[in-house]
Design a protein around this ligand. Structure first.
Ligand code: PGA
Length: 250
């Protein structure tokens, strides 16, 4: 199964900063062993998708990219939304869906996410579908139930046989510096794998996200059913992101 290391830039980096980033990235990337077994994907702000498309056309080998969100329709009267069809036209491979910031700050619910996921798959793009429990849910002992529900509902309209990547991101570990313990990650990933198989979703890479850094990436990458990472803060510098990619090679 392919390992993916994904960079979620959130609302960071101007086009000028993005160009400078890739100038450095292309110095680092040739030594990372990227290829059919190990890929990187960048999720820049939507305003830089066109720029990544141009950079990719010049230096295509070293990354995939996509938007951090899309709408459940490809076009129409939906002010402020991002079209997955336009992203596809620009050469995107992925769409990030269901990130906890989309769920909590922008009130995206499982049903809407399920519609988006179907659209993304029907366009031939790969959803990188995020799930994860809040601190309160973990403390109440509801982690397993929440993860199963988010998977079942989010994938209710999934196109069987279409590509899919799942990212497990405990909400309390995102941007907090508090990475989940190896045991917590192992337990959650095993449960997600089991639920995916029961939904007929085989061969789905499961990424871990939440305060991943070069220092903790190695041990996390060796946990069974951890097939890569979704990285926020530590993906903003090419150096630290490249170190994570290296550490993730198992
Ligand atoms: P973080 O963010 O690596 O800064 O914790 C991860 C994410 O939000 O995807």
């Amino acid at each position: 199964m392919k390992t993916w290391i994904a960079a979620n830039w959130k609302l960071n980096k101007s086009p000028r900063e993005t160009k400078a980033y890739f100038d450095q990235w292309f110095l680092l990337a040739p030594a990372l062993g990227l290829g059919p077994d190990l890929g990187v994907a960048f999720f820049p702000p939507a305003t830089s998708l066109d720029l990544l498309s141009q950079i990719q056309q010049r230096e295509g080998l070293y990354f995939s990219f996509g938007p951090q969100n899309c709408y459940s329709e490809v076009s129409g009267a939906f002010t402020g939304e991002v079209s997955a069809a336009v992203a596809k036209d620009l050469g995107a491979d992925f769409v990030l869906l269901g990130h906890s910031e989309r769920r909590s700050l922008f009130h995206e619910k499982d049903d809407l996410l399920a519609q988006k996921l179907r659209l993304v798959q029907s366009l031939g793009l790969k959803p990188m579908f995020c799930i994860g429990e809040s601190l309160q849910e973990r403390q109440r002992g509801e982690t397993g139930e929440i993860l199963r529900r988010q998977l079942r509902e989010g994938l209710q309209h999934a196109v069987q046989g279409s590509a899919l990547v799942v990212a497990y991101e405990p909400v309390w570990a995102i941007g907090t510096g508090q990475v989940a313990s190896l045991e917590q990650v192992a337990e959650a990933h095993a449960l997600i794998r089991e639920e995916l198989i029961s939904l007929g979703q085989n061969e789905v890479p499961i990424l871990y996200g939440g305060s991943v850094k070069a220092e903790n990436a190695g041990p996390l990458a060796r946990i069974p059913h951890v097939n890569g990472f979704l990285v926020g803060g530590a993906s903003l510098e090419p150096d630290s992101f490249a170190k994570i990619v290296k550490a993730a090679k198992v």
